[in-house]
Design a protein around this ligand. Structure first.
Ligand SMILES: Nc1ncnc2c1ncn2[C@@H]1O[C@H](COP(=O)(O)OP(=O)(O)OP(=O)(O)O)[C@@H](O)[C@H]1O
Ligand SMILES: Cc1cn([C@H]2C[C@H](O)[C@@H](COP(=O)(O)O)O2)c(=O)[nH]c1=O
Length: 391
């Protein structure tokens, strides 16, 4: 799968492409880093510890903000110390710096989904000036870039996002709706990938590895799950032990419709690839285990967004039972020793049901593949073009 065409192509053949610039290995002072929570950090310095990239919060999602990025409203933070308040519930973003002698902020490396490189953008614009079009702003920008390159300073000076967005907007405004070339920030819809399978088969483990694999391929990923962390999803998780049958089937469908409307669809529209831990297939299996007829479940979910790729993880039932026993039962299904075998059979049937509905399905067996092997197979199977649409 290639990276969605979100911005300027990378200029250096040696660097791995990412939606907004260079590979992480080349992070430099003042580059921007977008993390999983949607916070944008401004990198500080060119030397970073092994676990984090040092930086402070530059923009953060806030309804009171005055700029929109990938469908979200952002607020600018110009006071370094305020980053501590914005990150109040993110202890993983604080670290002690022996060099500075105090606690500073940074973004954990594994949380980064996008890297915007100011220097690489400068190089790309110098190489392909047409990317900026013909406006007074872009002409000024190109004059400056040419001057920087001629002075041999391209390795230390870059194009900041603010300058680029200014140039981009100046050109985008007069463009006609049918003229897609109005702005360098073109967005292609992301891909929607679902991961389902029996409890303990390895969904969480695989999804973590898949997120890293896609990130390394330069793809911006949103990781999510069902039941969701929204109101209905939290209600399901809190009452799963005693709500079942028709009521539970209706609740999980309601949670899914909210999930699609408020999270999955906006993220896909913003160009992100969305990977969810459990989706429709889990309903077709878990609610059948609860005695619900398949037709009732398909009717309830008739209008949910179908995935571009539905991954069904499977394994030998005895291995699944061993994994569940090793970590201890977490819900009412885990106490029934017949469940892993019935789940495996129902997921096989569900794979067929989804294929009949023209969904691309990948069945991956975690009994004989390591998480990284399973992950590479899944990443390779993600379609080049998005096909997901509401049924
Ligand atoms: N491909 C794999 N090969 C070997 N072991 C694996 C693999 N994937 C996961 N495991 C192991 O299986 C156990 C369960 O994994 P995990 O928690 O990811 O399952 P899960 O499907 O997300 O479970 P649940 O749905 O109940 O949350 C873990 O101990 C994990 O290390
Ligand atoms: C999406 C979905 C979930 N469930 C149930 C199945 C599981 O027992 C829990 C989720 O917990 P886990 O930690 O991911 O194993 O929710 C369901 O019954 N129907 C669904 O559609």
């Amino acid at each position: 799968m290639s990276a969605p065409g979100r911005s300027i192509p990378p200029s250096s053949p040696a660097s791995k492409s990412s939606p907004l610039g260079t590979a992480l290995a080349t992070i430099r002072d003042r580059d921007y880093l977008l993390d999983r929570a949607g916070v944008i950090f401004k990198g500080i310095g060119d030397v970073h510890p092994g676990t984090h990239f040092l930086g402070y919060v530059k923009y953060y999602p806030d309804a009171r903000g005055d700029r929109v990025l990938f469908g979200r409203t952002y607020r600018q933070n110009s006071v370094v110390s305020k980053a501590f308040g914005i990150l109040a519930d993110r202890p993983e973003c604080y670290l002690y710096s022996p060099a500075v002698g105090c606690v500073i902020t940074g973004v954990p490396r594994e949380d980064i989904v996008t890297h915007y490189s100011c220097r690489q953008t400068l190089a790309a614009l110098h190489q392909t000036p047409a990317l900026l079009g013909q406006t007074a702003v872009s002409e000024d920008l190109l004059t400056i870039i040419n001057w920087i390159v001629a002075a041999g300073a391209a390795d230390v000076i870059g194009v900041t996002g603010s300058f680029l967005v200014g140039a981009c907007n100046a050109r985008a405004a007069p463009a006609q709706p049918e003229d897609p070339g109005g702005c360098v920030m073109t967005l292609e819809r992301g891909r929607f990938v679902t991961l389902d399978g029996p409890s303990g088969v390895g969904k969480s483990t695989t999804i973590q590895a898949l997120r890293d694999e896609l990130f390394n391929r330069g793809i911006a990923v949103r990781q999510t799950l069902e039941p969701t962390t929204r109101d209905i999803g939290r209600f399901i998780s809190a009452h799963f032990s005693h709500i079942r049958s028709h009521a539970l089937a209706c609740l999980v469908a309601a949670d899914r419709y909210e999930h699609v409307e408020h999270e999955i669809e906006p993220w896909l529209s913003a160009g992100d690839t969305v990977v969810t831990d459990r989706y429709l297939a889990s309903t077709l299996v878990m609610q059948q285990l609860d005695g619900m007829p398949l037709k009732f479940l398909l009717d309830l979910n008739a209008h949910v967004l179908m995935p571009d790729l539905a991954v069904i993880l499977t394994a030998h039932p005895s291995l699944i039972a061993e994994r569940i026993a090793a970590r201890g039962p977490r819900n009412r299904f885990h106490h029934d020793p017949t469940v892993p075998g019935r789940e495996v059979d129902l997921y096989d049937e569900t794979a067929q049901t989804l294929m009949t509905a023209n969904v691309k399905v990948l069945v991956a067996n975690t009994s004989d593949a390591t998480p990284s092997e399973a992950t590479a197979t899944i990443a390779d199977a993600i379609p080049e073009s998005p096909v997901a649409s509401a049924a």
